[in-house]
Write a protein that binds this ligand. Sequence first.
Ligand code: FUC
Length: 783
Amino acid sequence: MNKYLASILTGWVATVLCSVVGVSAPGAESPLVLWYNKPAGRWVEALAIGNGRISAMVFGGVAQERLQLNEGTLWAGGPYDPVNPEAREALPEVRQLVNEGKYREAAKLISAKVMAKPLRQMPYQTVGDLLIDFGGSTNAENYRRELDLDTATASVSYVRDGVRFSREVFASAPDNVIVVRLTCDKPGQLSFVTTMRTRMSATVSTAGNDTLVMNGMGGSSSGIQGQIRYQARVRVLNEGGTVTAQGSEVRVTNANAVTLLVTAATSYKRFDDVSGNPEALTVACLQAAAKKSLKRLRADHLADYQPRFRRVTLQLVTAEGKPWPTDERIRRFAEGNDPQLAALYYQFGRYLLLSCSRPGGQAATLQGLWNESMTPPWESKYTININTEMNYWPAESGNLSECVEPLMAMVEDLTVTGGRTAQKMYGARGWVVHHNTDIWRASAPIDGPQWGMWPCGGAWLSLHLWDRYEYSGDSTVLRRIYPVLKGASEFFLDTLQETPDKKWLVTNPSLSPENGHPFGTSICAGPTMDMQILRDLFANTIKAAALLGVDADFRGKLAAARARLAPNRIGSAGQLQEWMEDWDLKAPERNHRHVSHLYGLYPGRDIHRRDTPELAAAVKKSLELRGDKATGWATAWRICLWAHLGDGDHAFEILKYLLSPQLTYPNMFDAHPPFQIDGNFGGAAGIAEMLMQSRMGTVGDALNPSPVPEIEVLPALPKVWPSGQVRGLRARGGFEVDITWSEGRLVQAQVRSLKGGKVKLRYGENTREFTMSRGQTRRWDGK
Ligand code: FUC
């Protein structure tokens, strides 16, 4: 065995052993731990835990612990339909104005008659805080606060007045509780008062001698009455000492150890049903959890979480982290000698996804599940012209396909509300969603024409459903998603417009998210991104129908329409045109954060550096013109794009910026700024795309229902990661992939087939095809 490989394997085994017994190797930090030597001073220093339904930000204070709590269905407003009744009549005139180049007039008319009422959607809200007051001074020795990604547990430990106090906090998915365990190393030293507080409309009271209860209502917003009722409930279980309740407080005196069980629930059942009973839910939940021992609760949490999280391991150069607190590592990352911090960032993305997007819960919002505000930025809802999609970019390759379930469920809801919008606004079949949605699945255009008048949000979202099929090859998934894809396609068959000159089929009105063109607005016809999304959507719908053996006529219509969509075009500067016309160099914001027209390279399928080199070169030119630095998510997208151009060093240069204090807070949350979680997920996807890319056939195979999947290993490996190992990535076609490399070269790729079939492996210019049976493993050294 090669010496490097041996040291990597030894390191990896040591790491696994260390994480199993929960200690770090002497002198080095475990690679899966975020840690700090002081309590969180700000929200973006607190540590995030969650189980896909409830979550907490853990501050770790010495005199007072603060857990800022969320419940995923606690939103403002109630069921509503914002479609503007004048829209349908106004749209023909809008289209005419766009065709005549009267873009400003078109925008004005959209503003007056087409935009949703109300113009804004409903915000995601907060439960409030659970406070645990220990009193006394904030002075402590040997303070340490950490988040262990391998156990999904936040912990705090310090010595005060000669006593070591420890705290452990985890969010269990199987029991739907947040468990807070408090201990001390001398008997009878634990005394505190606990209560809850919130800025929401709510009351706090106690029940029995050991329970806190908060009852509240979601707020009203933009004239939509708040209709969601919620309850948070905390049970205090003491070992030794006494527990008493009074007013809105529970007091513990001289205990040896205490466990707090925390849960929350709302009356939200579906976008059109708020008849749930939060009290019944929280009571039943805590009764069940209180019957379990702490040991059992912890074991059930780990049995649920760890097998999912451990599906993928990643080691970049070394197995160990640096001996600095995580915020210090973020400050130093650009110095270039802490490659394992990128691995931690990748795994943190997977951790966040598992913590905020689980079957039965809601899809990850702009802030995942974590929000302390009643009026968060962009309402912490779903911006679907990039942000929500990006949240799910690392899901399939990161072997967490179950985390996509809430997104699928949301898209299925949107076929109902978006079906209403398609009918009422456009008189069209199928379903449509514009650039945002919320928990009520609102689907009409919001905010203003410049941002909202974009009909492709639902189409883009539905491509994640197709991805789920491509990664799994599961025919149950195919049957489930086909009606969604079909409805998304039908809407466009009914609404695409012919261009006056070239007779192309285009969206009109639309825009290239959210970039203004040279004529004072963003409103236009047939922006490049729309055409790329629709080529993917129509292709996937055609393939799904073919695989299911249905709708032959419809397939023919889609193929005919697909062939008439406006093509990708290269502009005068050699760039990929963002619009049908060559406007890029005249657009007012040359460094605009959105790179919508580059969707075709990633995550779309129109462009590939080997199959369509001219278009790939044009993408590169566009990226150079736009620049490397942008807001969090926009920076992460650039990493993914450079990885798909095969340029790992450039991708890494941009990663250095993403993983710097400008765009990464001390708790590793992404900064838009302020906090927005998409950059975490886009950054994690970018790291994975540097190490492996997979696709179903070539660009030319777009309509082929059974192409040979291609898995490319180390497509964009940066020089700064000369050695490493990744295990358990998922590839399209139903494969799991392990890759080991050293001295900048592939040592071995190992591929397991989950469903049988052909696969083409690629390393640089070398390729190798295998026909595999289900469960079979093949190894390849890239030669
Ligand atoms: C889009 C972006 C912004 C922000 C918001 C949530 O409007 O252009 O940068 O991410 O969504």
